[in-house]
Design a binder for this molecule. Structure first.
Ligand code: ATP
Ligand code: MG
Length: 117
């Protein structure tokens, strides 16, 4: 059975990204299959895992969520990056901030990310 752990806090700089990386890699070392989802338009999680220019990535969370909203097909594993430490990553970049604006008019917007799993 899969578990979703969300690390969210409105306050900036409190360790959300640092916790995500270390918890993710720690769980992978215990043999768990881990998908880290960067849901921050700053792309810091993506950057900290070594993809240092998130804005140059062709497929990110924004791309996949746009497809889901447009009812376009998404291939299994599409856009997911594989890290040497044993975790997978759905990256994010600045396109996610535009996405947040378009989600305002989307039906059931609070459930869109669930379709990723
Ligand atoms: N447990 C810790 N002890 C000391 N420093 C830490 C710890 N966790 C995080 N930091 C440092 O605090 C700073 C902010 O951490 P981080 O980027 O993870 O926060 P964040 O909540 O993701 O920030 P943002 O709101 O900008 O996304 C970083 O410089 C990080 O190295
Ligand atoms: Mg962060």
């Amino acid at each position: 059975m899969s578990k979703i752990i969300a690390l969210a806090n409105q306050k900036g700089g409190v360790g959300k990204t640092t916790t995500a990386v270390n918890l993710g890699i720690g769980l992978a070392r215990q043999g768990k299959k881990v998908l880290l989802v960067d849901a921050d338009a700053q792309g810091n999680l993506t950057d900290s895992l070594g993809w240092n220019e998130p804005d140059k990535l062709p497929v990110t969370l924004a791309t996949i969520m746009t497809k889901i909203i447009m009812d376009e097909p998404v291939e299994p594993g599409e856009g997911i990056l594989h890290h040497a430490e044993g975790v997978d990553l759905m990256p994010a970049n600045i396109e996610l901030s535009a996405m947040e604006v378009s989600l305002v008019n989307t039906m059931s917007r609070e459930n869109r990310a669930a379709k990723l799993s």
